[in-house]
Write a protein that binds this ligand. Sequence first.
Ligand SMILES: NC(=O)c1ccc[n+]([C@@H]2O[C@H](COP(=O)([O-])OP(=O)(O)OC[C@H]3O[C@@H](n4cnc5c(N)ncnc54)[C@H](O)[C@@H]3O)[C@@H](O)[C@H]2O)c1
Length: 347
Amino acid sequence: MDQISDSLKKNIAVIGCGYWGVNYIRLFSQLAQVNLVAICDTQTDRLNSVGEKFPLLRKYNEVQRLLKEESLDAVIIATNPETHFDVTKEVINAGVHVLVEKPMTLISAESKELIDLAKQKNLILMVGHTFMFNAGIKKVKDILKSNEVGDVYYLYATRTNMGPIRTDVNSLWDLAPHDISIFSYLLGENPIEVNAIGKVILNHEREDVGFITLKYPSGVIGNIHVSWIDPYKVRQVVVVGSQMRIMFDDMSNLEPVRIFHKGVEVSHHEQIGFGEFKLLIRDGDIVVPKLNPSEPLKNQALHFLQCIDENKEPISDGMNGFYVVRIMEAIQESIHKNGLSVQINYE
Ligand SMILES: NC(=O)c1ccc[n+]([C@@H]2O[C@H](COP(=O)([O-])OP(=O)(O)OC[C@H]3O[C@@H](n4cnc5c(N)ncnc54)[C@H](O)[C@@H]3O)[C@@H](O)[C@H]2O)c1
């Protein structure tokens, strides 16, 4: 690969050096197109311990000072969700492109405000819906686009593990944004209604477990189960259609996507009488499609850089982030109403 001259490289900083921010720091410190120049975290001990591993990076414990003292092209925000709005607003106001982690904000009106602000300033605003950059999920999307699945009946996702338990948001706000963004990406539509229940099991104030049912305009049903207190780590998305069932398993390195060419249909020709019908079960092969291995976070980072270069909307743009936050608000409302249906409008 040709050497990229330093003047063409983008100056980037990562704000938030916690569990997830460190992945961005590692990644951006290796990308040829980028000068990772600085990191920022309000916790000095965190900043110093990460700084020791990356001694060339300048360290800041205040976003304001980082933005004032560095000449930045773009910033990655991997801070706690409740800070996303303020930090993103500050970065956009400083005229810097931004990739903010999910959930974009905790209030949908605030997501809208950020979208408007970025538009006004002609800046890229992207949200870290990492699974939209996962080769397995992309493969599932390609299969759906080819119509081989037939009618999509429903899809479901399971995202369970023993911890890590967050102290800033509940398990639903922590985990479900992944599956909501996956479902919308796969189906090409956003849900219009939700029922959700959650339960506080451990001795704190936030739901550790949640069950969500989403209804889509096409009639498809999506179900999401999230948990922090399940002894078994599962990261699966399953799409069930009339012609096949597709399974994405993020825990499987060997077979992340499996296609079961097995379907079930109701016969319309062999009705015996009123209310009676015959189920036609079609048996078929189980196929494991070939995927080119790639790191989702790297794909996401490269897409962000490309959007900056070409001044184009990211596939996980601000609107995408807004939809997920709006859906999460409706989920939370349904939990408060003990699982009652909540209509989701996106006004
Ligand atoms: N896309 C993914 O797959 C994925 C995975 C894990 C986490 N995340 C997201 O990444 C974000 C961070 O999660 P985490 O697990 O790393 O959390 P964390 O608590 O481990 O780290 C957050 C860090 O941000 C710092 N911080 C908070 N407010 C700040 C501010 N105003 N300025 C500078 N630093 C500040 C904290 O001191 C902390 O070190 C969350 O939004 C989370 O949802 C995304």
